[in-house]
Design a protein around this ligand. Sequence first.
Ligand code: SF4
Length: 434
Amino acid sequence: MRYLDLIIKYDVTGPRYTSYPPLPCWENPPTQDEWPTHINQGKDVDLYVHIPFCKNICHYCGCNRIKLCEEIDLEKYISYLLKEWELYKKKCPLLRINSLHLGGGSPSILSVSQLDKLLSDLLKDLDKSKLNGSIEIDPRNVSSLQLQKIFDYGIRRLSFGIQDFDQVVQEKIGRIQPFEDVAEVLKQARMIGFRDINFDLIYGLPGQNIQKIEETFKKVITLRPDTIAFYSFAFVPHFAINQNNILSSDLLQGIEKWKLLETGRNLLFKSGYREVGMDHYALEDSLLFKALENGNLHRNFMGYVNHKVDTVIGLGFSAISSTPKSFAQNSKDFSQYYNLIDKGMIPFIKGHIKTDDDLKIEGIIHEVMCKQKLKLKSIDIAKVQAFINDKLMKIEGDQVIILEEGKSFLRNICMQFDKRLSVMPENVKFSRTI
Ligand code: SF4
């Protein structure tokens, strides 16, 4: 009954807070001249490279990606990623890469020679033994040769797109990948030497029920990934038209959806996984859990990362970059992306310079998302009184801490401090918080 009441109260729509302000609120972009001055050149930066192509589009997908077809020239795209990186190095000569993440789309759509070209150029000045590298892979289209190439460049973290192992659910989401195939790819990856494995899973998908989630998690646990991201399905068919392939009548909501989350979480806890921020679970010897313990857990557009970083440079179609002062997003139009680079410009078309208020709220959101506690002197306690009354938070010394049950409501807690929510344009629609 308690959960039912909490869910009725807190199951609202709201941002996921991978940035503050959230992207729909950006309003004051930096100029081409300002942007390089916002990049902290003396410090290491994280590089994000977006490979937006997929062989087929999954029905549930909400990412910035496009279906690979004959007109798309992957070699050309790679050459422009490298040109974009050269532009950055010209404008910011002291840039140093600390970590590299290849995301998508499906980065594993690149052939061995394409991976070789991209990685050899990006990492040519870097001691690979020091690289903190990760890549998202689609287990349906990755070979051991590709994995070996990725490993040879010093990348050690693989993130597998899984979502659910049930065949009926896989049919309903347009993504068939049998458990045995995933287990085989994982076996090859571990034989090559990858030791930091993440699985992405989703609850609230069409056709899921408690029994299917239990079966999926039992299978996941036998494979023992180091970390697991277990996201709520964001049903936003107005934004992702491919989701119109999903019947809303096939989706569980409210308390029924919540039970899926609880079922998966409880199985993870029983198997030695610990909660790390919103939607993430990790084994105690994983780098992510150690980062939580050491106070080094951070969150950005890529999700949680195990190190603090001031600046993320996003290369590629629609990629997002962030600096301590500002954000920028590259064009989502290929010809515009290529044209801007040809003109010697960093190809962003959107952005935002943070105000003093933004910086303060960003700091509070970081504490909620990464530390699950707030200093009393840094907040107006009235904003979280409802959560204290609901026994989701409690005051302890000079802090207010988020209790175990409260960790499912981190987005709701952040929303209390978000001054921009009340002035959000009417056409902006976020996913539900549960
Ligand atoms: S879910 Fe992944 S593989 Fe499927 S369409 Fe989206 S980005 Fe591509």
